[in-house]
Design a protein around this ligand. Structure first.
Ligand SMILES: Cc1cc2nc3c(=O)[nH]c(=O)nc-3n(C[C@H](O)[C@H](O)[C@H](O)COP(=O)(O)OP(=O)(O)OC[C@H]3O[C@@H](n4cnc5c(N)ncnc54)[C@H](O)[C@@H]3O)c2cc1C
Length: 421
């Protein structure tokens, strides 16, 4: 195993165990993921299944699963290391891991003892791969607009609807599906319920996978549910608590996971550009000798340092049980913005040579476009940040620690109706 190379910027967040995980992830990414990248890129319609198996073999879908169930119980900083370091080599591999981890948090917080005892060991050993299905073709981030619904028939819930852009749609074998269970007019915060649905249940179908701009190999497609029967023991949380399940998954897991994906892509864009301008001849020296190029590189470096601090600072707060809603939002939202600006600079500094299909920068740039929508689009996140700020200014903001808000079986706070996984 290679020596850990964690940047000094992150020293206050990184323990020796984290350093070992960092090095192990880098080795894994180089040896197991890198050789698969070209094949995934050349076949946008294909769903990669083997990466999830390799990640499962390492036990990394169990990074946040309690040790009592065979998991690593390693926390959010450790989870971030895994996603971030994978994303440096492949945004798709990082996406496969991050999407599989979001519903694990929901199961851990809202699952009954029976559900956790039955399912968590499978998550830890990789035999249970979960997805969370909230978004619908017409509804987007407005969860209150969802059409999927489940009706009680006297012995089971009967679930019908279509979910869209579901991370790991084609490879997950257990879906957490959010659907409407209350009559029209009921407040969204009470109208939805989360269901555990097996991918092989009658009435569950994944739609044909279509290629996307980025994250090739990762499936984030549509799943249809046609009169799927769900027994009461497979309701996750209470009936009527589906909004809380979706929202807390997005807050606790979606945002930091997406920050980590952005960070890995950001690092690779900076690194490729540094190498390129250092080697590209210009006049009697190299491109990197020109002050105008250095000025741009300096800005890229400043953005990367900022994104690193934002990402790890927020998850460190989460691990310590501190109130960090605003920090998680800022890390996700700014993480994407900063990476995108760097991605554009990187493309421009490579000029025509950045466009070659077999040069990694264009893949990284395309993958960067995929981190805007999930876990809260920019507009939605900025609105939340503004609300936080105004409440703080008015002295009405209660900064409640996450350890209290999210310790089982306590529900997540319900603050608005816009949720994005
Ligand atoms: C890579 C990837 C993985 C994903 N994984 C999952 C998953 O695992 N499970 C899942 O359920 N979904 C997943 N999604 C879907 C994701 O959650 C949605 O894309 C997100 O909720 C936004 O919905 P939308 O794309 O339909 O955009 P919309 O919500 O329709 O938004 C369109 C535009 O309108 C703006 N807008 C929307 N509402 C407002 C408002 N109130 N005020 C101002 N502007 C607004 C948005 O910012 C955006 O610019 C994933 C998406 C991607 C790209």
């Amino acid at each position: 195993m290679s020596m850990p190379t964690t940047p000094a910027t992150l020293d206050r967040f990184i323990t020796p165990a984290h350093q070992a995980l960092w090095a192990a992830t880098d080795d894994f990414a180089t040896q197991e993921i890198l050789p698969r990248v070209d094949r995934m890129e050349s076949a946008p319609q294909r769903v990669n299944r083997s990466i999830a198996r390799s990640l499962a073999g390492r036990g990394w879908f169990g990074v946040t699963v309690p040790e009592a169930f065979g998991g690593m119980q390693a926390g959010h900083v450790a989870k971030t290391i895994l996603i971030h370091r994978l994303a440096r080599v492949s945004g798709a591999a990082a996406a496969i891991l991050q999407a599989g981890l979001i519903p694990v948090t929901a199961l851990d917080y809202y699952g009954t003892e029976d559900q956790r005892t039955t399912l968590m060991p499978g998550v830890a050993d990789g035999s249970v791969l979960m997805s969370i299905a909230v978004t619908e073709p017409d509804q987007g981030g407005h969860i209150g607009g969802m059409h999927s619904a489940a009706e009680w028939d006297g012995s089971a819930w009967v679930l019908t609807g279509i979910k869209a852009h579901v991370g790991n749609s084609h490879i997950a074998n257990l879906h957490v599906v959010i659907a409407r269970t209350a009559p029209p007019g009921t407040r969204t915060s009470k109208a939805l319920t989360a269901f555990l649905v097996r991918a092989n249940q009658r009435g569950v179908d994944v739609m044909r996978h279509t290629g996307k701009l980025g994250l090739r190999g990762f499936s984030f497609g549509q799943i249809s549910f046609d009169r799927v029967r769900v027994l009461p023991e497979n309701v996750l949380g209470e009936v009527g608590q589906g909004f809380d399940v979706a929202q807390s998954s997005s807050i606790l897991c979606g945002r930091p996971n997406l920050s980590a994906v952005s960070l890995g892509l950001h690092e690779t864009a900076v690194s490729l550009t540094g190498q390129y301008v250092s080697n590209r001849p210009r006049y009697n020296g190299k491109l990197a000798d020109l002050s105008v190029i250095r000025e741009r590189l300096g800005r890229m470096s400043a953005r990367l340092i900022t994104a690193r601090i934002l990402t790890y600072h927020a998850v460190d707060m989460l691990d310590r049980g501190l109130s960090c809603d605003a920090e998680l939002i800022a890390a996700k939202s700014l993480g994407h913005d900063l990476a995108s600006r760097t991605g554009n600079d990187a493309m421009e500094l490579h000029a025509a040579n950045g466009l070659d299909a077999d040069y990694p920068l264009q893949r990284v740039w395309r993958d960067m476009q995929t981190t805007y929508a999930p876990a809260g689009t920019g507009e939605v996140q900025r609105r939340r940040l503004a609300e936080n700020l105004l409440e703080e200014e008015a002295g009405t903001k209660a900064r409640t620690p996450y350890s209290v808000l999210h310790s089982r079986p306590h529900a997540a706070p319900v603050t608005d109706q816009t949720v994005s996984i």
